[in-house]
Design a protein around this ligand. Structure first.
Ligand code: SAH
Length: 405
């Protein structure tokens, strides 16, 4: 059979890139912006696998085509001999799954991310497993093309059903895709599902909950923060449905105060604390963390472990400096609320705030609070949310566990 990689012959359309457009690709990045494309040879459809070539028509890579997006193509492979027959993506899912075998076999944890988009070789496709159910997000035309097949794969290969779809509200629009959601396969669960994480029970609402129902990316960090909770009064800021608090209380915290602006999130927290027999040591506070921290400061309250896990304050690098002020604000307030020997577990999930910048922000907060600060641990994303070297935006979650000196 004629291999098509090296030549421009055959039915696969080709994007000819401009000279400078080729440069990011040599650095391991996977995105080709619209401005880098010189012309398209052949009729390319959204979500189709296309060939990328340089001005001299030399093969560069295979990519998923996205004609309505600023990110015009996303690289799938740099191997010219790779073939993209029907169902080619199943091999990538098999590999992603093999990389999570320890998690899949862990009797204490039933929820994890099976496929993490670019970092698992399928740009725009995320799959979260929740026990026997899964939630798929298809955020590129390429992922959209394969999502029904992926749902079938989940059922046939992993016995997972139902498979739901969630729209993240942003990405699909930027890719020119219509809003989407609902059921890809099976029947919709009638009630929130209960999953195990670290041996504890949590209710997750796959249909209405935030993200795909649970902040899977904080699973490991919840356990790490809980290790500092013994005997402490905990302040769990941006608590969502109580993941950090439940783990901290189970690890021996004396109390936990959960603060979140969402009533629904706190209803979930109440249910989760009750499910684990921990509700008697918890208080739920609905409000704005930025204000509540000030109130607690003015009231002279103190805590032994403070968790700060705010939502994405800077989705892109352009918003990083404004977000920097907000991060500094809450970190400064939290440091003022810490008991001597208290511990702060502080996070940022903004891709636009790089780890070194985040550490600098926390340093500014410490300077303003007039304390020296020890870093006890630097935290990141768990292994089911891998980071792709060459694509800094895949590293989004960072945390510091620190203690005033
Ligand atoms: N710590 C959680 C995840 C936090 S996500 C976990 O481990 O599961 C961020 C949370 O912050 C969301 O639940 C959202 O409702 C809440 N939130 C966003 N802005 C807020 C604000 N200004 N004050 C209080 N909560 C806020």
């Amino acid at each position: 059979m004629q291999r098509e990689g090296g030549s421009l012959a055959g039915s696969i359309p080709t994007l000819i890139l401009k000279g400078p457009g080729v440069r990011p690709l040599t650095k391991g990045h996977l995105w080709v912006y619209s401005g880098a494309v010189n012309r398209v040879v052949g009729r390319a459809k959204a979500g189709q696998v296309v060939r990328l070539a340089d001005g001299a028509k030399k093969f560069l890579a295979w990519a998923w085509y996205s004609p309505d997006s600023r990110i015009r193509a996303r690289i799938l492979s740099r191997r010219p001999e790779e073939e993209f027959k029907d169902g080619w993506w199943a091999g990538r899912l098999d590999r992603a799954r093999a990389g999570r075998r320890v998690l899949e076999e862990d009797p204490e944890t039933e929820a994890f991310r099976l496929c993490n988009s670019e970092a698992d070789g399928l740009p725009g496709l995320t799959i979260d497993i929740y026990g026997r159910a899964a939630v798929v997000q298809a955020m590129t035309p390429g992922a959209e093309e394969i999502k029904k097949g992926v749902a079938l794969w989940l059922k046939e290969r992993m016995g997972v059903e139902p498979v739901l779809e969630r729209d993240d509200g942003q990405s699909r629009r930027l890719e020119g895709l219509p809003r989407s959601g609902g059921l890809l396969l099976g029947t919709e669960p009638k009630e929130p599902l209960t999953i195990l994480e670290g041996g504890m029970k949590f209710q997750v609402d796959l249909v209405e909950g935030q993200k795909t129902g649970w902040y899977l990316d904080q699973r490991v960090n919840r356990g790490l923060a809980a290790a500092f909770a013994g005997g402490k009064h905990v302040l769990d800021c941006f608590s969502y449905s109580g993941g950090f608090s439940a783990r901290a209380l189970a690890a021996g915290a004396r109390s936990s105060t959960l603060v979140d602006s969402s009533a629904r999130a706190l209803r979930g927290a109440k249910a989760n604390l009750e499910l684990n027999g921990l509700a008697d040591r918890a208080s739920l506070v609905q409000g704005n963390v930025f204000e509540i921290l000030r109130q607690y400061r003015d009231a002279g309250r103190r805590f032994g472990l403070i968790i700060l896990d705010p939502p994405k304050l800077a989705p892109t690098r352009a918003q990083a400096s404004k977000a920097g002020r907000a991060y500094k604000d809450i970190n400064l307030l939290a440091l003022k609320l810490l008991e001597p020997q208290g511990v702060l577990a502080t996070f940022s999930c903004s891709a636009g705030v790089e780890p070194a910048f985040f550490q600098e922000i926390v340093h500014w907060a410490a300077l303003d609070a007039g304390v020296g600060l020890q870093i006890l641990a630097r935290l990141s994303q768990p292994e089911d949310h891998p980071i792709l070297l060459g694509m800094p935006e895949t590293e989004y979650l960072k945390g510091l566990i620190c203690r005033p000196l």
